[in-house]
Design a protein around this ligand. Structure first.
Ligand code: F6P
Length: 540
């Protein structure tokens, strides 16, 4: 359904016009209860959205759009196992991976309850993680595992890599984790540089087990292990396990399928952290903390399903995103974690959001005439302040931003946390309220400098706060963004769970591979031909 033809969309377009003179300064001055009326909570998180360019009326109009687009019904269809990923004819049941306190979850395509399989894989992961952590699982020469290297890319890398940094305070520091994703050999070489092959376990993570980058890295890793053991293939079983949906491909690679951790085609790659793809994380933080993370995910899932739109964190964040994306022409969303442990969270969100909603074809196959997914970007808090915040404060572009912080630190050393959080609070205050020319003048600033030192304000931000970064609050945070993306996709009428846009480049690369190492005539465009010729000349 084209959302722009609904009366609710038209009402929002009118609202946008009516909001032209809106001032956050005035809105706060006029309504002392603004912050409290625009603060909502769920699954350990508090969202203050009062520093947005909205009134209570705007929010009601946005919620009306969500109702018109049947967001709640569409969410119910996802949770109930319908094949909402229509272009691949799949259910979308990543929510089942953490539905551990509930009953059956049935894939409507097969009619089967997926939960026994989910529990069985979790049990197998837990047993394996315990064996590695205790030293019971040994390398081929009998040494215990000190290095665990996940080989995967996209959804088979970003989630566990980001999460293992986020949850480092809960990790077993005697096990070093590595992540190799890039097909650039440098990534492999530098990751294993100081590792002893006899103490290294590779987890080859790939849903399809055919991804070029992952297979190249896995083959190189196998060579690296075999070199140490004089080519004895029996060593592979002790140094490699697979995480995949494709048992036949795993067997072809030479990994015993007994050492394979499965998942299912109803888990999208970018939604797969709580599946077996999280094995490296589980080895690092232990099964108990991993389950605690899943309970955080589940708490946010429950909040998303149960909370009315007025109090619903994912829906509220999604609707605010739509407000700027579709009615203000904002092109991006900055995600700014004020916590070093969340340093890779923006990178993780790039795949989650942009691979899901970076689409220009509506569900009926027509080209959309409205804007869809935003460009997501960001860096940890204070580092960004000294890099790109100038543009956020005084640039010509509207960049809505999510500020994410924690009340208590894992490293309460000296003044650091107070200084960190002072910056966290100061930035959203400065962005919202700015500094008028008169205020600048009143400081005795020479007139010529006044325009340069003035801050317009009215720059919208969300503030997301939790007590502390724990496995549970972390899981809830990831689920919050997953459902935000879902709500937006439901309104934009795109299929959020496929990713056809990544195929063309992959196919062309496969065609170019043999051309780089041969002298066959080239039949590309003149630019691509010339570039390939230069590569050939340099590598002759
Ligand atoms: O390139 C896109 C993609 O298909 C992602 O959706 C996926 O997460 C990634 O590649 C890796 O795929 P796989 O897990 O099958 O190796």
């Amino acid at each position: 359904m084209n959302p722009t033809t609904t009366p609710e969309w038209a009402a929002l377009a009118q609202e946008r016009e009516a909001m032209r003179g809106f001032s956050l300064r005035k809105a706060f001055a006029d309504d002392p209860a603004r912050a409290s009326s625009m603060t909502i909570e769920g699954a350990g998180w508090t969202l203050d959205y009062s520093k947005h360019l909205v009134t209570a009326g705007t929010m009601e109009k946005l919620r009306a759009l969500a109702r018109a687009c049947k967001v709640e019904e569409k969410a119910a269809a996802m949770f109930s196992g319908e094949h909402i990923n229509e272009t691949e004819d799949r259910a979308v049941l990543h929510v089942a991976l953490r539905a551990l306190s509930g009953g059956a979850v049935v894939d409507k395509g097969t009619g089967k309850d997926v939960m026994p399989g989910v529990r069985a894989v979790l049990d197998k992961m837990a047993a394996f993680a315990r064996a590695v952590r205790s030293g019971e699982w040994k390398g081929f020469s009998g040494k215990r595992v000190r290095n665990v290297v996940n080989i995967g890319i996209g959804g088979s890398d970003l989630g566990p890599c980001m999460a293992s940094i986020a949850l480092a305070p809960f990790s077993d520091r005697s096990i070093k984790l590595g992540f190799v994703s890039n097909v650039d050999a440098t990534h492999f070489a530098e990751t294993v540089r100081d590792m002893d092959p006899e103490e290294t376990l590779f987890l080859v993570a790939s849903k399809t087990f055919t991804t070029l980058e992952t297979m190249d890295n896995a083959n190189t890793a196998r060579e690296w292990i075999l070199q140490r053991y004089d080519g004895n293939p029996a060593a592979v079983a002790k140094h490699f396990v697979a995480i995949s949906t494709a048992a036949d491909e795993v067997a072809k690679f030479g990994i015993d399928t007994a050492n394979m951790f499965g998942f299912w085609n109803w888990v999208g790659g970018r939604y797969s952290l709580p599946s077996a793809i999280g094995l490296s994380l589980m080895i690092s933080i232990g099964p108990e903390a991993f389950l605690e993370m899943l309970s955080g995910y589940e708490a946010m899932d429950r909040h998303f399903r149960a909370a009315p739109l007025e109090k619903n964190l994912p829906a509220t964040m999604a609707l605010l995103g739509i407000w700027y994306n579709n009615f203000f022409g904002a092109e991006s969303l900055a995600v700014l974690p004020y916590d070093q442990y969340l340093s890779r969270f923006p990178a993780y969100l790039q795949q989650l959001d942009m691979e899901s909603n970076g689409k220009s074809t509506a569900k009926d196959g027509s080209r959309v005439t409205w804007q869809t997914g935003p460009i997501v970007w960001g860096e940890p808090g204070t580092n960004g302040q000294h890099a790109f915040y100038q543009l956020l404060h005084q640039g010509t572009k509207l960049v809505p931003a999510d500020f994410i912080g924690f009340l208590r630190s894992h490293n309460p050393i000296g003044v650091h946390h107070v200084h960190l959080m002072a910056n966290f609070f100061a930035q959203t205050e400065a962005l919202a309220f700015g500094k008028t020319a008169d205020e600048v003048r009143a400081e005795g600033t020479p007139e010529a400098l006044v325009p340069h030192k003035t801050f317009e304000g009215n720059r919208p931000t969300s503030t997301l706060v939790a007590e502390k970064l724990t496995p549970a609050t972390f899981g809830a945070l990831v689920a919050l963004y997953e459902h935000k993306v879902f709500v937006q996709g439901a309104i934009w009428d795109v299929f959020s769970f496929d990713q056809w846009g990544v195929q063309l480049g992959k196919v062309l690369a496969k065609k170019i591979i043999p051309e780089l190492t041969s002298a066959t005539p080239l039949a590309h465009d003149s630019s691509t031909n010339a570039l390939i010729e230069r590569f050939r000349a340099a590598n002759r």
